[in-house]
Design a binder for this molecule. Structure first.
Ligand code: GTP
Ligand code: K
Ligand code: MG
Length: 437
């Protein structure tokens, strides 16, 4: 018999209300035993909940959602408890003693919903993103991905591939006849080549999705004492990094997550770069340089009252920032810096932030398009593109083989949304969800 799963689905305790959710065949009898009788479907009903010995557990709103019209497609129940640790503890304890009841694993409710056809895989992943969304851009992106737009797009591409196969197979069937129109094949292959390009272009859009989901990465680089850590603290509005007048204070990589007008930005402070550093500092400098390579934007910082430029090779977009404007007396030479600021007085910080915001916005404009938003999606898309490429390139191969490549490409696409067997992927995908989801 299928187990009934349960979990605290609301956040940390204590809280005003705590929602315990359950799903599975034992739901109705559990609600009945707890509340005395089963409430009408989908009607919030105030009930006194008791354990098996009749001891009162809590007075709470309870809901019953009979399957298949529920979140998971199974019978589901919700207990809206008083959000105390002992209350929730007592309820979970009582449920755990029921036969075939157990605590849900991470993402298990959503997994059951997926298996019952409530949504496809990308929609489930988008739901997980919606729960972790911290900024407006992340929220909107996750919501739009929770619609069927991936399934629509990949479905359309799969249909093209399947139709093409059908045409090739038709050609095979008639190949012993004289007047098979060779031009049909030509036109078909052109379309397939176009599809390969679309797949590649679409896969490349992952970078935009990554910036939205993970954050736009800004790395501050510069000589020791330029004021990098001071800038990080000013931007984060708290003392994340130690600031002293000693050059070489920061040895490690420090990060602050900012929400700049709805976009997640990760600012990284690094060890000051200089010749002949100490042992620990040298390791810090290596880290600084490797972070700089992954950055979306570098802030190359100098003390503008005493500039010591650093010279490292990089290809990333960068801005030159002159700090300690308050010490420089007057604005530094025109053109030497993109921005002159004082991490101490806050002068110039707003316009620097505005610039960072506009660059981050530019990097995320693609958010309204359908984009792959997991590494997993990209791998399958590139797999599909490679199969299509093999089909296109194998001009001298038998048509059967080329048709087979197209079938493999269509399957790769189907795996993204879970249209095609994905059993082996489910553990990895749903374990990234939180408990109770
Ligand atoms: N007057 C003035 N002093 C500043 C400003 N920004 C930083 N400082 C001072 O400069 C010194 C170095 O600042 P840090 O923020 O530690 O510099 P850093 O670049 O992180 O230095 P390292 O970690 O050693 O590479 C400290 O004494 C700060 O108080 C500024 O805008 N104006
Ligand atoms: K310092
Ligand atoms: Mg520092």
């Amino acid at each position: 018999m299928r187990e009934t799963i349960f979990a605290l689905s609301s956040g940390g305790l204590p809280s005003g209300v705590a929602v315990v959710r359950m799903s599975g065949p034992g739901t109705a009898s559990a609600l009945e035993d707890l509340a005395g009788d089963l409430p009408a479907p989908r009607h919030a009903t105030l009930k006194t909940l008791r354990d098996g010995d009749g001891v009162i557990l809590d007075k709470s709103l309870i809901l019953f959602f009979p399957g298949p019209h529920s979140f998971t497609g199974e019978d589901c129940g919700e207990l809206h408890l008083h959000g105390g640790r002992a209350v929730v503890g007592a309820i979970l304890e009582t449920l755990s003693h029921r036969k075939n009841f157990r605590l849900a694993e991470a993402g298990e409710f959503t997994r059951r919903a997926f298996l019952n056809g409530k949504f496809n895989l990308t929609e489930a992943e988008a739901l997980s993103d919606l729960i972790s969304a911290e900024t407006e851009t992340q929220r909107r992106f996750a919501l739009s991905n929770s619609e069927s737009r991936h399934k629509d797009l990949y479905g359309q591409w799969r249909r093209t591939l399947i139709q093409t196969r059908a045409m090739i197979e038709a050609e095979l069937d008639f190949s012993d006849e004289e007047d098979v129109p060779g031009s049909v094949a030509e036109q078909v292959w052109q379309e397939v080549e176009g599809l390969r390009d679309s797949l590649k272009r679409h896969a490349a859009g992952y970078r935009t999705a990554e910036i939205i989901r993970e954050g736009f990465r800004v790395v501050i680089l510069g000589a020791p004492n330029a004021g990098k850590s001071s800038l990080l603290n000013t931007l984060a509005r708290r003392e994340i990094a130690i600031v002293t007048d000693e050059p070489g204070t920061t040895r490690d990589v420090l990060e602050a997550n900012l929400d700049i007008n709805g976009i997640k930005v990760i600012v990284t402070d690094t060890a000051g770069i200089r010749e002949n550093p100490g042992k620990v500092e040298a390791l810090g400098i290596d880290r600084a340089i490797s972070r700089a390579r992954e950055a979306d934007l570098l802030l190359l910082m100098e003390d503008c009252s005493d500039p010591v430029p650093v010279d490292i090779p990089y290809e990333t977009r960068s801005l030159k920032v002159g700090n300690k404007l308050d010490l420089a007396g007057s604005s530094p030479d025109d053109g030497r810096y993109d921005f002159a600021i004082s991490a101490r007085t806050g002068e110039g910080i707003d316009s620097l932030l505005q610039k960072v915001h506009s660059l981050a916005t530019a990097a995320t404009v693609g958010a309204t398009e359908t984009l792959p938003f997991r590494e997993r999606h990209v791998q399958l898309l590139l797999q599909a593109a490679n199969h299509v490429e093999s089909a296109v390139a194998a001009v001298d191969s038998p048509l059967e083989l080329r048709a087979e490549e197209l079938r493999l490409a269509a399957d790769s696409l189907g795996r993204i949304t879970g249209t095609i067997d994905v059993e082996d992927l489910l553990d990895t995908i749903f374990s990234q969800f939180c408990i109770g989801k």
